[in-house]
Design a protein around this ligand. Structure first.
Ligand code: CDP
Length: 204
């Protein structure tokens, strides 16, 4: 079984996707981390602004098993990820790894932007997790321990814009996705709602 969890930055996808994987005993892949790794590698190899050539080279030589890098979760690397994510060759280079991960038995949960639309259009359950930009910025501010709310909000809005407007695999809810607005929900109720939505799609 494949569960696709998509949505904008800091909507709660990662937390919900991890909880779903744990609940159902499935594998979990944070696909944003792949784009973050490519963004970070491109900066390290070629500096800034990131060039298309450096991003493509980084995507083609990516080793997703070297996953842990504490720099990956910074907002700077999040922005770099959304810049390299616009490049079709980068997306193509990461596609095969994501698709074969999704086939792992007994099941997999993938979170990202285009899982239900491009990576796994046949996923058994698709969730689109969203929340207002202000709520998402507050959550990201707490996650980062950063004091500047306006700067975090501006970063989130810039990333929303870039992710939604790109031509290849833009951020959009799949037609058959269940949308969950977590603006007024705490983690426990968002996870419970997500589990209920997946259960409803589960083949008996
Ligand atoms: O955790 P957060 O939602 O802030 O970001 P992320 O999921 O780590 O993704 C970072 C960036 O990678 C996003 O802003 C997207 O531009 C890009 N991304 C993508 O294009 N497709 C995916 N499947 C996952 C991430």
């Amino acid at each position: 079984m494949i569960i696709a969890v998509d949505g904008p930055a800091a909507a709660g996808k990662g937390t919900i996707a991890r909880a779903l994987a744990q609940h159902f005993g499935f594998h979990f892949l944070d696909t944003g981390a792949l784009y973050r790794m490519v963004g970070l590698a491109a900066i390290r190899a070629g500096g800034e602004p990131i060039t298309t050539a450096a991003a493509i080279a980084a995507a083609l030589s990516l080793d997703p098993s070297r996953f842990a890098d504490s720099d990956l979760r910074t907002e700077k690397v999040g922005a770099a990820a959304s810049i390299v994510a616009v490049i079709p060759e980068v997306r193509a280079a990461l596609l095969e790894f994501q698709r074969s991960f999704a086939k792992k038995p007994p099941g997999a949960v993938l979170d990202g932007r285009d899982i239900g639309t491009v990576v796994c259009p046949d996923a058994h359950a698709k969730l689109f997790i969203t929340a207002s930009a202000e709520v998402r910025a507050k959550r990201r501010q707490m996650e980062l321990g950063s004091a500047d709310f306006e700067a975090v909000l501006a970063d989130i809005l810039a990333r929303d814009e870039r992710d939604s407007k790109r031509t290849t695999a833009p951020l959009v809810a799949a037609k058959d996705a269940v949308t969950l607005d977590t603006s007024g929900m705490d983690i426990a109720s968002a996870v419970a709602a997500a589990i209920a939505a997946v259960e409803a799609r589960r083949t008996p």
